[in-house]
Design a protein around this ligand. Structure first.
Ligand code: 5GP
Length: 188
């Protein structure tokens, strides 16, 4: 039988502090699912997940959504391999489906300056959804530059660069089951 630990030890070594552990994520994601079930009772929803950071969050959240549900994906450029937003949002992959007359919920990993979400909201509003809501796992509220409406927030996080549970640094750390602060020496 394999005796390896469940979390890659070499990746865990790069984490200064675990901000939100696995159990906390699990409980909060279930609460968010329950809130969506309540707010959209009797309706169908289209969840639009923003790749790639929202991947794990989406997979767990949708297991708690007890409504007729469709999923589509958007991929946008954000930080590349750095930790600062360029402020320029580029669509790398657009939606496969029309959102016209549908109840859309955007599922994001983290809202930081708000630039990405502001751009996406403006783009999607032009496509005439019936309703447009936002669900983000993490909210770095102190860093907000553009005021964006957010309907569901998993956790508020401080101004630190976080990785894990889908969030990366240079494509690494996405598979960590918790949200942790990356040691500054990793990116400085
Ligand atoms: P915003 O446009 O709100 O400044 O940034 C949103 C995007 O930046 C997120 O979807 C995410 O990809 C990235 N981002 C912002 N803060 C962090 C962070 O602390 N860690 C990681 N891994 N990505 C972040």
């Amino acid at each position: 039988m394999p005796t390896t630990t469940p979390t890659t030890p070499s990746l865990t070594n790069d984490i200064a502090e675990v901000l939100i552990n696995e159990a906390q994520i699990k409980q909060r994601v279930a609460e968010l699912g329950a809130a969506i079930n309540k707010d959209f009772a009797g309706e169908q929803v289209l969840i639009i997940a923003v790749l790639k950071g929202a991947l794990l969050f989406l997979a767990d959240l949708m297991r708690h959504v007890d409504l007729p549900l469709a999923v589509d994906f958007l991929a946008v450029s954000s930080y590349g391999a750095g930790t600062q937003s360029s402020g320029v949002v580029r669509i790398l992959k657009d939606l496969d489906e029309s959102i016209e007359h549908r109840n859309v919920i955007i599922v994001e990993d983290i809202v930081d300056s708000g630039r990405t979400l502001d751009y996406l909201l403006r783009m999607l509003r032009q496509r005439h959804p019936a309703t447009l809501h936002v669900c983000t796992l993490l909210d770095k509220r102190d860093r907000r530059e553009i005021d964006v409406p957010i309907d569901y927030v998993g956790f508020e996080v401080p101004d630190a660069f976080v990785v894990g549970y889908g969030l990366d640094y240079g494509e690494h750390y996405r598979q960590l089951p918790f949200i942790g602060v990356l040691k500054p020496e990793i990116y400085q």
